[in-house]
Ligand binder design. Structure first.
Ligand code: NOJ
Length: 506
């Protein structure tokens, strides 16, 4: 694992909505460069940027039409190269979003692939060999090609699936992962990775990484595919960091990823904490973290210290944390997020409790996700300092409530969510046990949540009480020093105030 991941704290940027420096209503790469100091001051030392490549933007850029070109609306490849250099000057790292599962229908590979005459892109996508045969179990594009066949889809109807073969082929058109067509797809993706890594990129977040090989129920063929990518990276770019959107860390880490995300769909119970009717991190104190912790422990044990499970504050696909939690609740949620193992990922704006904007018309395939993608609120000037464009020209309308949070006012308020997040990152960065590789042992999964983080040099007890009631716990540890929060300690009993957290050296 690259050394820098040991204390990495990531900041996720949706480039459309971060900062617009040329007044066209949409964010750009130089806007990110301009705000590097802001991100660094918050305490984040790594950035993940959502796809920023040429695209018709039917899925906000997850439908790439040229993997090697920055979308003109964001700037140029030169701007990206400068962003890498400026980040490195500040000791920061940047990872880009790699979308290997599908392209846009406008990608030149696909345009060649639809042709009736055989060419080098004919096998780049998953095609059946008759328009009358659908790819079993998958949606498909049909009747749009001269070629006789249906093309499997990976996500939306304009995102044809790239061909990495089938683990258990049972139809003549299904290739094996090691056949010529699927091998050529792999090499094409390596070539793209090489292109950006050579320019200064520090790694990739990989979209839908666990579903590349089709008909692979136990995921083992996909694991082997990624092991091949690992070999390539070990040889050419050993410092490149890889994080997967997979949600099964035992498989992804086996495939050579350094990090995997806990997903908000599937079996992780992540939503029990922040995004259900009774979230664990609500003051009502009626939620449950039990199933989340049980699942987390299972995954954590399976990873065997090989890599990191990362818990994001949110992302461009899910509701904003602040849709269900108020500012006090956000602070206890961040006390948890920033004291768990793995690298934390903070979604832009979550550090100020930016809200989900209700009732928006879908933008670029966002649908219900659009409300979590609104432009960053920097200050209280025009468009919250995001852009000089007329407000109706903004990429997505902003939160127009009179008490909307903004960076400037939160930076000067020591009780703000921003100040708490900054403080928590600072504490994490000065205690190795709190960082990515420190171990975790859960003591209680109720209210309060109690766990121990350890490394060779130190042992820390973490207690989080999101509920509005004071909580007392019996402790068999000797508390040496409280490094965050306040608690009353009295003959083996520790009392924690409502809606607060305590970190202590033991
Ligand atoms: C996951 C991405 O995070 C999401 O935004 C996208 O729509 C799908 N993958 C398809 O690429």
């Amino acid at each position: 694992m690259p050394k820098w991941l040991e204390n990495a704290v990531f900041y996720e940027i949706y480039p459309q909505s971060f900062l617009d420096t040329d007044g066209d209503g949409i964010g750009n790469i130089s806007g990110i460069t301009k705000k590097l100091d802001y991100i660094k001051e918050l305490g984040c030392n790594a950035i993940w940027i959502n796809p920023c490549f040429e695209s018709p933007f039917g899925d906000a850029g997850y439908d790439v039409s040229d993997y090697k070109k920055i979308a003109p609306r964001y700037g140029t490849n030169q701007d990206m190269s400068e962003l890498f250099a400026e980040a490195h000057k500040r000791g920061m790292h940047i990872i880009l979003d790699l979308v290997p599962g599908h392209t846009s229908v406008e990608h030149p590979w696909f345009r060649e692939s639809v042709k009736a005459e055989k060419n080098i892109y004919s096998d780049r996508y998953v095609w059946t060999d008759s328009i009358w045969e659908s790819p079993n179990g998958m949606d498909s594009l049909r009747g749009i090609s001269d070629r006789d066949g249906c093309c499997a889809l990976n996500f939306f109807s304009h995102q044809p699936a790239l061909n990495y073969g089938f683990a258990n082929p049972d139809r003549p058109w299904q290739m094996r992962p090691e056949d010529e067509g699927p091998m050529a797809t792999r090499e094409a993706i390596k070539d793209i990775m090489r292109f950006w890594l050579k320019m200064g990129c520090d790694g990739f977040r990989v979209d839908m990484a666990g579903s590349l090989v089709k008909n692979d129920p136990d995921g083992q063929a996909t694991v082997r595919l990624w092991q091949d990518f690992r070999e390539f990276l070990d040889k050419e770019f050993p410092e490149a960091a890889m994080v997967s959107e997979w949600g099964e860390p035992d498989k992804s880490l086996m495939g050579g990823f350094h990090m995997d995300f806990l997903l908000h769909f599937g079996p992780s119970h992540y939503n029990d904490l922040f995004r259900c009717d009774e979230p664990y991190f609500s003051k009502r104190g009626k939620g449950s973290a039990k199933e989340f912790i049980a699942k987390y422990k299972e995954n954590y044990e399976k990873t065997g210290g090989r890599g990191l499970i990362c818990i994001p504050s949110g992302n461009h696909d899910m509701d904003r944390l602040a849709r269900r939690l108020d500012n006090d609740e956000l602070k206890t949620a961040f006390a948890f997020l920033l004291s768990m193992p793995g690298a934390p990922f903070i979604y832009y704006g979550d550090e100020i409790g930016m809200r989900y904007v209700e009732g928006l018309v879908s933008k670029e395939g966002g649908y219900g996700r659009t409300g979590s993608r609104s432009p960053m609120q920097w200050d209280n000037t025009l468009n919250c300092g995001f852009s000089a464009a007329a407000p109706e020209k903004l990429y997505i309308p902003q939160d127009n409530s009179s008490d909307r949070p903004d960076v400037l006012s939160q930076m000067t308020d020591e009780n703000s969510v921003y100040s708490e997040v900054k403080k928590l990152i600072g504490i994490r960065q000065s205690h190795k046990a709190l960082q990515s590789m420190g171990t975790v042992e859960f003591i209680s999964d109720g209210y309060p949540l109690i766990y121990i983080r350890s490394c060779d040099e130190e042992k820390l007890l973490i207690m989080i009480n999101p509920s509005s009631e004071e909580k007392t716990a019996e402790l068999s540890y000797d508390i040496k020093n409280i490094i965050y929060g306040n608690a009353n300690i009295d003959s083996g009993r520790i009392t924690i105030k409502p809606c607060s957290a305590v970190f202590a050296e033991i």
